[in-house]
Design a protein around this ligand. Structure first.
Ligand code: NAP
Length: 217
């Protein structure tokens, strides 16, 4: 199974490409936005595609040609304004979904935010609300497609070492989760077809990732 990782040069993205390359039946294609980011992935034996999420759908679809799944783990980050939140976290995500459809890629795994409900948009501080709204509508768009989607809602990301254990359910208490464990959740999600059509929140916990995903309702 070949997976296009969108946002591969990000912190979760790098963990994910590394994990995918370590697995027997998976191979990664890293979508990055600068050629100078390629060497990390080439050393792992992964293919790369240099595409900016502000490019058009056809350009993203070209990168998606021949892959079996897409993981969207890109994000504009906290150091840019609401303009980039709209262009990357919302429009970049929707363009990637449309690119998946155009390239005939059925499986799509979205890295969302912890709570993207309408209530969360209303409750968010004004500086954070555009991001929550962007993630809300990107998730809604994905749910309205015929793609085999899974939406993963991680808690607050840390750079702690992964534990391989999480708590995952449609709703869990807010908490932290190492980025390394989020990457493991994404790799396991790709391997577990029972996650198709589901969305779940995930934080650090005491259940092995594989079992936590198998017990999702
Ligand atoms: P990250 O390290 O900031 O990675 C984001 C990636 O998106 C980077 O590789 C960046 O590329 C890429 N990107 C940004 N703009 C782009 C563009 N125009 N075209 C192509 N790629 C672009 O983030 P992370 O820590 O891995 O987290 C991934 C996502 O998880 C976040 O973006 C956020 O939406 C979500 N999340 C975060 C939290 C949290 O607590 N922070 C909680 C839940 C969910 P460059 O490397 O070139 O900059």
């Amino acid at each position: 199974m070949k997976i296009l990782v969108v946002g591969a040069n990000g912190q979760i993205g790098k963990h994910l490409v590394t994990l995918i390359q370590d697995r027997e039946n998976l191979e990664a294609k890293a979508m990055i936005r600068k050629q100078e980011q390629a060497s990390f992935f080439e050393e792992l034996g992964a293919e790369t595609a240099v595409v900016d999420l502000e490019d058009d759908i056809d350009t993203i679809a070209k990168a998606a040609e021949g892959v079996d799944a897409i993981v969207f783990t890109a994000g504009s980050g906290p150091h840019t304004g609401p303009d980039k939140t709209i262009l990357i976290d919302l429009d970049g995500a929707v363009k990637t979904i449309k690119a998946a459809e155009a390239a005939g890629v059925k499986r799509f795994v979205m890295v969302s935010s912890f709570d993207t409900s309408r209530e969360a948009i209303q409750a968010a501080p004004s500086s954070f609300a555009p991001y929550v709204a962007a993630k809300h509508y990107a998730d809604e768009w994905l749910k309205g497609t015929n793609l085999n989607y899974t939406i993963v809602h991680p808690g607050r990301l840390t750079n702690d070492q992964g534990t391989g254990q999480v708590e995952a359910a449609y709703k869990v208490e807010r908490g932290d989760i190492p980025r390394e464990d989020v990457a493991s959740v994404l790799a396991e999600t790709l391997a577990d077809e029972s996650t198709i059509g589901k969305e779940f929140q995930v934080v650090g916990g005491e259940v092995k990732i594989k079992e936590a995903l198998q017990s999702l309702r």
